[in-house]
Design a binder for this molecule. Structure first.
Ligand SMILES: [Mg+2]
Length: 387
């Protein structure tokens, strides 16, 4: 039994919501258009772990986490195996209403498999919300705001395409945009930033994400120029462990740094803040082991005075996006908006895919995550991760 757990609780909190079984499956969904990441990576499909938890009363909860090997070290096949062989046996027979206890048990079973745990933790939340007849946001403490600002990712091959897309999205009400940097020569990227600011005007928030792909000198040059363009933040320009480099960029004091790949645990968030390297963090459930871990990290980030952006991995379906939206309404310090992903997909696995509207995403009102999984679509996009 984990430290701090009381065996008497198991007896006192009945009626329990017993988990009968846990199923893990791999899916591959096509993106509407390829996404160019910082560092030159081109993404055309999104591969995710999908988890279905079935209670003894037949009720079902779903959760999702994208495979992000360079971020969490987990491959898609490894995530499926972690749920099947390690997490599933821990959850089977347990009371889903004791979400904090399940979070601890999963962390003990697979400490490093934060993506696999995230999908399971989301499925537990979906199941419990449906059982109690309340949205997941209510389980998280209830909404703190009436809308969430959606950050739109610009990752086209050319500046003209990015400018046209930004103008179109701005007309739809989007006020936050993210550029992918670390792809072109730095002088060109500085010029792109300047053109984008002229194009969008001062009313829109602009940030840039290097996805660890920039050279240190380039990151310093970009940060130096970014102040004039009113960049909200520069996200992860350098390698996840390059604290000295991050301090050199932060020393320019022209733009705040946001940790993404460097912030793959609460400990990292605290350490990078203590070093003075960051002014904010990008929090993802797949890095923090689920909604439970993300709420914990967001609370600490708030206490430390850090700004927060919540993000899906590029291409998570409306199942992963729904979890993000519920969190977006409930974390205390959502200064940098949310970055959902389902609207970048050509196909989704729910009956009514989630789409931004007037720069926000509505909080689903149905119990649980509030999305209805289309099992025929899941079957169509299911893959064998070992193949
Ligand atoms: Mg990022």
């Amino acid at each position: 039994m984990a430290p701090g757990m009381d065996s008497g609780v198991e007896r006192s909190l009945h009626p329990a919501l017993r988990i009968a079984r846990v199923e893990a499956m791999a899916i591959s969904l096509p993106l509407a258009r390829p996404v160019l990441m910082g560092g030159g990576q081109r993404i055309e499909r999104s591969e995710s772990l999908l988890v279905r938890i079935i209670a003894q009363d037949g009720r079902t909860g779903w959760g999702e986490a994208s495979a992000a090997p360079t971020m969490t070290g987990e491959t898609l096949g490894g995530m499926v195996a972690a749920v099947r062989d390690r997490i599933g046996p821990v959850l089977a027979g347990s009371d889903a209403l004791r979400r904090l206890a399940l979070d601890r048990r999963m962390a003990e079973a697979v400490p490093a498999d934060t993506g696999a745990r995230a999908a399971c933790d989301a499925a537990v939340h979906d199941l419990v919300g449906q059982h109690l007849g309340v949205p997941v946001a209510t389980l998280l403490g209830g909404a703190l705001r009436g809308h969430v600002a959606v950050m739109h990712l610009l990752a086209n091959p050319t500046l003209d395409e990015d400018l046209a897309e930004a103008a179109s999205r701005a007309r739809e009400g989007i006020t936050l945009f993210k550029l992918k940097v670390g792809v072109k020569p730095v002088a060109e990227e500085i010029a792109v930033l300047s053109r984008m600011r002229e194009h969008l005007g001062a009313g829109c928030g602009l940030c840039a994400d290097g996805n660890t792909g920039m050279r240190r000198d380039d990151a310093i040059a970009y940060a130096r120029a970014a102040g004039a363009s009113g960049l909200l933040f520069l996200e992860q320009p350098l390698a996840d462990d390059d604290l000295d480099g991050a301090l050199a960029v932060a020393g320019e004091r022209s733009v705040g740094l946001c940790a993404d790949e460097s912030a793959h645990s609460l400990r990292h968030v605290m350490d990078w803040h203590a070093a003075g390297a960051i002014t904010g963090v990008n929090l993802k459930t797949l890095k923090l082991g689920g909604l439970t871990g993300l709420m914990r990290a967001a609370t600490v980030a708030d206490a430390l005075g850090l700004h927060v952006n919540l993000a899906c991995k590029a291409g998570e379906s409306s199942v992963g996006t729904a979890a993000l939206v519920h969190l977006g309404y409930c974390v205390p310090n959502l200064d940098w908006g949310i970055t959902p992903s389902s609207h970048y997909l050509a196909e989704d696995i729910v009956r009514s895919p989630l789409r931004p509207d007037r720069g926000s995403l509505a909080l689903p009102s149905a119990p649980g995550l509030g999305v209805c999984v289309d099992e025929a679509a899941v079957a169509r996009f299911r893959i064998d991760p070992a193949a």
